[in-house]
Design a protein around this ligand. Structure first.
Ligand SMILES: Nc1ncnc2c1ncn2[C@@H]1O[C@H](COP(=O)(O)OP(=O)(O)OP(=O)(O)O)[C@@H](O)[C@H]1O
Ligand SMILES: [Mg+2]
Length: 273
């Protein structure tokens, strides 16, 4: 199981859209996918067609993180309309989770432990973070192996990313989570000279950490969200859908390379033991 957090404290950069469409693309490759909506605004839950999330679910991400309940992911997950994709829905009460966790220790590991417990059931767990660097995003980063940062190709795109990097570095050292990787995804790219320049700037700054796949701006994404579907189902041959398939391919290739590298460096005795 690989845990991926979609994160950027800047709002509206494509975190939820990426969680949804990347999840759908991984499921097309026969991967078992769990989406976790950790944003109290429930953008991801809405975009899966659940228009009244406050009443639609008996159990939500809140009950997973609530220290008095701490429900297993498998007890909360619902099957979505997308084959191979399950969802942990969000709940607006998540806004007060920091208050519920105040004074408690070990909260940072809560989600990580729950994801580990469910590791046999999913190949990928995608966590959609709220646009903040608060407790919910921190929990997601502690739990994830990979943080994907969608970056909109527009003016001031890089502004604030050093803050996110600082949080990632803090988490790595505080929790000895040395394997947490960060990658950047250029989203909402327009065919303008300006956007090309910004993309160049992003690539110059982050080098190989930027995915080759670029998500171009298209109104079809908003159309599909309104229809409660990923673009991969709503307009399956659209270039935007294809781009998310390309991204899924980049990620699965990287994952299998890492697994192979690990196998090659693990002594046979250790593997058999
Ligand atoms: N490639 C794209 N081209 C055009 N519109 C897009 C694209 N990706 C996402 N959108 C639209 O932009 C809006 C913001 O996207 P999204 O909700 O995915 O961002 P977000 O980072 O999750 O936002 P928030 O921080 O508020 O949760 C949505 O209306 C979505 O449909
Ligand atoms: Mg969102």
């Amino acid at each position: 199981m690989r845990g991926i957090a979609l994160t950027n404290q800047k709002g509206g950069v494509g975190k939820s859209t990426t969680a949804l469409n990347l999840g759908a693309a991984l499921a097309e490759e026969a991967k078992r996918v769990l989406l976790i909506d950790l944003d109290p605004h429930a953008g991801l839950t809405f975009s899966l067609g659940y228009n009244e999330p406050e009443t639609a679910f008996e159990k939500t991400a809140y009950e997973v993180l609530d220290p008095d309940k701490h429900l297993p992911l498998r007890e909360v997950a619902v099957q979505t309309a997308i084959k191979g994709v399950e969802l942990i829905p969000s709940h607006q009460d998540l806004v007060e989770i920091d208050y519920r966790l105040a004074g408690r220790t070990g909260w940072a590991q809560t989600l990580k432990r729950r994801m580990r417990d469910a590791a046999d059931y999913y190949d990928f767990i995608l966590i959609d973070c709220p646009p903040s660097l608060g407790i919910l995003t921190r929990m997601a980063l502690v739990a994830a192996d990979l943080a994907i940062v969608p970056v909109q190709a527009e003016w001031l795109a890089l502004r604030g990313l050093h803050l996110l990097n600082r949080v990632v570095q803090d988490i790595k050292s505080e929790t000895e989570h040395v394997n947490l990787e960060t990658r950047y995804l250029v989203t909402m790219q327009t065919p303008t000279k300006h956007a090309e320049e910004i993309q160049g700037e992003i690539r110059a700054h982050f080098g190989e950490l930027v995915y080759r796949t670029v998500i171009r701006r298209s109104v079809r994404f908003a159309d599909s969200t309104l229809a409660g579907q990923p673009l991969l189902l709503f307009d399956k041959d659209h270039q935007g859908a294809q781009a998310y398939r390309d991204l899924a391919r980049e990620i699965t290739l990287e994952t299998s390379k890492e697994t192979n590298a690990y196998e090659h460096t693990t002594p046979v005795s250790a593997r058999q033991g």
